[in-house]
Write a protein that binds this ligand. Sequence first.
Ligand SMILES: Cc1cc2nc3c(=O)[nH]c(=O)nc-3n(C[C@H](O)[C@H](O)[C@H](O)COP(=O)(O)OP(=O)(O)OC[C@H]3O[C@@H](n4cnc5c(N)ncnc54)[C@H](O)[C@@H]3O)c2cc1C
Length: 462
Amino acid sequence: MSEPVARFDAIIIGTGQAGPSLAARLSGSGMKVAVVEKDRFGGTCVNNGCTPTKAMVASAYAAHLAGRCGEYGVITDGSPRVDMKRVKARKDQIVQKSTSGVESWMSGLKDATVYRGHARFVGRNQVRVGSDTLRAEKIFLNVGGRPLVPRMPGLDAVPYLTNLTMMDLDFVPPHLVVIGGSYVGLEFAQMFRRFGSRVTIAEMGPRLVAREDEDVSLEIQDFLRAEGIELRLDAECITVQKEAEGLSVGLNCKGGEPRELGSHLLLAVGRVPNTDDLGLEAAGIAVDKRGFIEVDEALRTSNPQVWALGDCNGKGAFTHTAYNDYEIVADNLLSNAGRKYTDRLPVYALYTDPPLGRIGLSEKEIKEKGIKALVGKRPMSRVARAVEKGETRGFLKIHVEQGTQRILGAALLGTGADESVHSLLDAMYSRIPYTEFQRHVRIHPTVSELLPTVLESLAPLA
Ligand SMILES: Cc1cc2nc3c(=O)[nH]c(=O)nc-3n(C[C@H](O)[C@H](O)[C@H](O)COP(=O)(O)OP(=O)(O)OC[C@H]3O[C@@H](n4cnc5c(N)ncnc54)[C@H](O)[C@@H]3O)c2cc1C
């Protein structure tokens, strides 16, 4: 006798940043929906990504400011201390509220069934979750990713942390060695330095955040060094080894000590999609060389009954891109909107302090594309709001196209840049020339009010 199959209009696998909203919208439109989650509701962003890191970045900022309070004329008795248990408790409380919110939201949806377990395809439109078999005409994958654990000599003998286990720390590691000098690594490095750890970043490349323009990397390196973070760049051949106390990392750098001793090791060398254990071959779903699910512009996979949303499709690595994937898929299905992921502009932030707000093309990309462009740049030390706040690290840099006068991209590295960058983004979406953007009156004193001023000093890109 064949096993019973539970039939749905739609199955949604994973409750990251696209799945829950999609489930709600489909259920609201009258569809019978199954939602499958194998772990904590809300996925990476809520449980071990954006939400907890930004909660901890806020604690680290408070610690940093407390150390500088005398500069502002504020006197506290004694030097500030960080109670990591309280930092963690604050972070846990914020996370718990979000994750349980997503779970109760999903459980309360009309005509929806929540399955807790690992989903795996057993046919083109059929998945197995534990002992249950589910079938639907439409299946949506929002399975996200996990930290990449590289093949690194010695790693099997040394305990290491990733962004998952960093969330459990309720103490300040005496010396944290971070392998990987990119977005995730830098956020943890600066926050733990501010909590009181000695911090060393080992990066294989010649500079941090190599995807960014060189001036961005250099400024970030400068302010991290100024806080006492040790940078070991050009660490071409990284190995790890257990020591009597803690561990050591072999760097094989061009200069400096050949081994760096540390108490704790954080791996922040990238992420891999959760697609290797989904049984994709049973559903005829193609992946690329790195395991990302191949999709068309409307996020449909090689199986026309299946869509892939969020980090697992490799078309974005952010909460806002995953959420935008949901909007595209839902609008296309329910309103025949013809939306495409290729219509969105690149936009993201790096949450160091000061943060980096990035939109559109970088200087490097503009040059690679051979676009005739102008650049305007202004140090944050010449932004009144930054001076008043005592936060003058960084700069504002904007690129425009010579002929069309359209804004091509910007790298705003400075206090409030993760917010102020949005006014340029809106101008890019509206496709207005920068000369029109300059006419908009802005609030004083803000970082945003200086953006038109940056555009007054445009010069050809060297
Ligand atoms: C440390 C860190 C900080 C970050 N900070 C930011 C930030 O500040 N801003 C930003 O925009 N982005 C940030 N990101 C990236 C962001 O977290 C992700 O881009 C975002 O979570 C989107 O992921 P997703 O929706 O694709 O999937 P995820 O959030 O990863 O969710 C996938 C879900 O699917 C479930 N799942 C996987 N496989 C199965 C299966 N077979 N069966 C059932 N369930 C399954 C998982 O358990 C998980 O719950 C950060 C990431 C990290 C690691």
